[in-house]
Design a protein around this ligand. Structure first.
Ligand SMILES: Cc1cc2nc3c(=O)[nH]c(=O)nc-3n(C[C@H](O)[C@H](O)[C@H](O)COP(=O)(O)OP(=O)(O)OC[C@H]3O[C@@H](n4cnc5c(N)ncnc54)[C@H](O)[C@@H]3O)c2cc1C
Length: 380
């Protein structure tokens, strides 16, 4: 997204991607109005319409007995209130849309299988050292944007190689054909089930043919386990064991999962500085967050929009990057902190979990959404 924003602003972009190819990976992704409005502004609405859907509601249930705790309107409310839709889609489809849009830009060169290994700043810009098939190559560039994820090399070179902070939570993810599931799970809604020390989210993707399931459990003992990538295989029996005291629907759902992958969740504290000179960070490299607000991808999309506006040909590059960072630092730090708050709330043990459920059942659904007015109505 950042490459597209910069190229459309008249800059030449070389995109170095460590992976050999953009393989179909991951599972679902939710995009709230603050992010979807940017994709629409970039003319990607038509492509999105073919692969994304607008869920009717968010339905919150108690894990133990499936008791409904709340229902928040999404489809009828989000677009009317915030000017853009709440979308759910498969990550691979979002990736494809962005890749195709990038390929249409003649000013973007994509070099796959090419990792940024190091860089050096100097008077006339930055020299980037890349590695491809064990061959090192130098490139002279005017700016370097490290959009290389939670274990960013660019960030480590600037600010030291500290490790992400383990959240002591494991996210188990799966995709299930919708026709194998009861209506509770295949309806066009986002389902959020709350238990103690665990929660589960599900929503349909790909026109409702597949359901994305994410189950998050407290896992202090696995705090040091850190899977790389989206596809660390998981043991379904272990997952089933963690949900054995939940409602029969949830146990049946877990039983029906064809396979599961798992991901040890981690984040970092907000950074005071994102860059130096002609180098900056974007997305998870700058502000990795826990996924409980479903905003990590959205924040990267917002970053891209703002960066594209700040970094303009002919202007001082370092000053433009500092302006971009100033515009993004406070908001992304706030989202990082809010995600941490939800981490606590979603994983309370009893008696706090019971108290949470009671409070939740007393709130109107609309109030649950409106709590995040500041997040959803934002225009980057
Ligand atoms: C369980 C879970 C659910 C989530 N759900 C949502 C959601 O619903 N909505 C949402 O908005 N967000 C969600 N997120 C967060 C979202 O996935 C991330 O915030 C988002 O992927 C960050 O994008 P990024 O481009 O910054 O980093 P990444 O997606 O990590 O991409 C970084 C890229 O850089 C490449 N790379 C790494 N190192 C190098 C190097 N040295 N040189 C070159 N290339 C390199 C990698 O191969 C990768 O392609 C979720 C996350 C999790 C874990």
């Amino acid at each position: 997204m950042a490459a597209i924003a910069l190229a459309r602003g008249g800059l030449r972009v070389s995109l170095y991607e460590r992976a050999q190819r953009f393989a179909p990976f991951g599972a679902g992704i939710q995009l709230s109005p603050n992010a979807s409005r940017i994709l629409f502004a970039f003319g990607l609405g038509k492509a999105l319409a073919t692969v994304a859907s607008e869920p009717e509601e968010l339905i919150i249930r108690r894990g133990r007995d499936a008791q409904e705790l709340g229902r928040a309107p999404l489809k009828s409310f989000m677009k009317a209130r915030y000017g853009a839709p709440y979308l759910i889609l498969h990550r691979a489809d979002l990736h494809t849309i962005l890749r195709v849009a990038a390929e249409k830009e003649i000013d973007i060169d994509v070099e796959m299988g090419t990792a940024v290994a190091d860089f050096a700043r100097h008077k006339n810009g930055v020299t980037v050292l890349t590695e491809r098939d064990h061959q090192l190559e130098e490139h002279r560039v005017t700016a370097l944007i490290g959009a290389d994820g939670i274990r960013s090399t660019v960030r480590a070179r600037m600010f030291g190689n500290d490790q992400p902070i383990p959240a002591e939570r494991t996210a188990w993810r799966a995709l299930v054909p919708a026709d194998q599931l009861p209506e509770d799970f295949s309806a066009n809604s986002v389902g959020l089930w709350l238990g103690h020390d665990a929660h589960l989210v599900h929503y349909p993707v790909r026109g409702g043919s597949v359901v994305n399931v994410v189950a998050v459990v407290a896992d202090a003992w696995r705090a040091t386990w850190s899977g790389e990538g989206w596809n660390a295989p998981g043991e379904k029996d272990e997952l089933a064991g963690r949900f054995s005291a939940w409602a029969p629907q949830v146990r049946d759902l877990i039983d029906s999962l064809p396979s599961v992958t798992r991901w040890a969740l981690a984040d970092r504290k907000p950074l005071r500085r994102w860059g130096e000179g002609e180098v900056t960070l974007l997305g998870d490299a700058a502000h990795p967050m826990l996924p409980f607000l479903a905003q990590g991808g959205g924040m990267a999309i917002e970053d891209a929009m703002v960066l594209g506006r700040c970094l303009v040909r002919g202007q001082d590059v370092a000053a433009s990057l500092r302006k971009y960072e100033r515009l993004r630092r406070y908001r992304t730090a706030r989202v990082q902190k809010e995600a941490r708050k939800l981490n606590k709330i979603y994983h309370y043990s009893n008696p706090m979990a019971s108290l949470r459920d009671t409070v939740m059942s007393m709130k109107s659904g609309q109030k649950i959404v409106e709590r995040y007015n500041w997040l959803y109505r934002h225009k980057s």
